[in-house]
Design a protein around this ligand. Structure first.
Ligand SMILES: Cc1cc2nc3c(=O)[nH]c(=O)nc-3n(C[C@H](O)[C@H](O)[C@H](O)COP(=O)(O)O)c2cc1C
Length: 345
């Protein structure tokens, strides 16, 4: 049976980002060329105990686009049960296990990157998850807890049934400091026979290419680099996969932001949407000559009209000069950027 693992490489993943990579942002990233997206982390306990509330919140509404649900927890049996529920209830192509989240709250419960300190339990969780689903099970990891020792035990995860490993090249102790270590990702790739996805600090086609060349990974996972710059996927599709279709149609910079805002309001409703969209608007405004003023005004956005007015100010702040984003000049669209169809799904 064919799975997302049969897609042409290098796979371009949007990284799971709690509070950022929500349904609306995932939709925008797909439309710019993300091959696969991953849900925000979802607790296995939540899936088991409150499926009626938790399953719809995951937002597995991406039509035919490949979407993976990421589970977080530390009890193997709960992973088995949650994987079964998700597989039976949602149109997803895979189950991912969070072994990277560094926050005190998550680690304090023995979840996320706490599992990096217990390879035997990590492997047991993989085996239990595989027992609950026929879909490919992947694991998202950091390079280690306080030293980059993942290459020493990554084969245990493969032996337990994992079909893909995504590696963020930082230890838990590093949090987000320093730069992502490509050598440890390359070392993981050398010791397993399953695909490996490289993650950390990919912000351009140059950094993506460097990750591919230094690590020989099968796919790339982009997180913060896509925030305020979903065009990055169009650039990566063109530069790494010779696929120009994502930048052939054009939509203005402001219209992309309006569309993401509209999708956010449609998905989250008028009460939650303003908070959810603010952090994205901050990203979109970072190259504006009025970035500081616009950023300060974000906390005054409470309604759709407020958001629309703010976007108009952002557009006006650029005057006749095209917004200077990280990629579009190189895309050659001036302030028009490519988009493979903003159709409703
Ligand atoms: C705001 C935020 C939320 C995140 N939430 C998750 C998450 O839910 N699950 C996960 O595995 N990683 C999460 N991450 C980590 C990212 O997936 C990624 O590994 C990390 O940001 C490094 O990649 P980047 O340099 O491309 O951002 C989060 C990162 C950020 C910045």
């Amino acid at each position: 049976m064919s799975t997302y693992l049969d897609f042409p490489k290098p796979w371009l993943f949007l990284a799971p980002m709690d509070g950022v990579a929500d349904w609306a942002f995932r939709e925008v990233c797909y439309r710019f060329g993300a091959d696969i997206t991953v849900s925000e982390l979802v607790s296995v306990g939540g899936v088991i105990n409150c499926p009626q509330r938790v399953l719809p919140e995951i937002g597995a509404r991406h039509g035919a686009r490949p979407f993976i649900v990421q589970l977080v927890g530390h009890r193997p049996e709960e992973f088995r049960r949650a994987a079964r529920i998700v597989t039976d209830s949602l149109p997803v192509v895979g189950i991912d296990i969070n072994m990277g989240c560094p926050t005190a709250l998550v680690v304090g419960s023995g979840n996320g990157s706490a599992l990096l300190r217990n390879p035997a339990l990590a492997a047991e969780i993989v085996a239990a998850t595989c027992a609950g689903t026929h879909l490919p099970v992947s694991v998202k990891l950091r390079s280690g807890w306080d030293r980059p020792n993942l290459p020493e035990w990554a084969p245990l995860l493969e032996a337990a049934g994992a079909q893909l490993l995504s590696v963020h090249g930082r230890t838990r102790e590093q949090q987000f400091g320093g730069t992502a270590d490509h050598e440890v990702i390359a070392a993981v790739k050398r010791v397993v026979h399953i695909p490996v996805v490289g993650n950390g600090d990919i912000v351009s086609s140059a950094t993506a290419r460097a990750m591919l060349e230094t690590t020989s990974v099968d796919g790339l996972m982009v997180g913060r680099g896509a925030k305020g710059n979903p065009w990055l996927f169009a650039e990566l599709q063109a530069e790494l996969k010779s696929s120009d279709s994502y930048r052939q149609q054009s939509i203005s910079f402001g219209d992309v932001i309006r569309e993401q805002s509209r999708l956010t309001f449609a998905d989250q409703g008028p009460r939650k949407a303003p908070m959810a969209i603010r952090k994205h608007l901050a990203g979109y405004s970072r190259n504006s000559p009025s970035a500081a003023v616009l950023r300060a005004a974000l906390k005054t956005l409470f309604s759709w009209d407020d958001v629309e007015g703010w976007i108009a100010k952002l557009e006006a702040s650029f005057g006749q000069t095209p917004p200077k984003m990280d990629a579009p000049d190189r895309l050659g669209f001036g302030n028009r950027v490519g988009l493979g169809g903003f159709d409703e799904r």
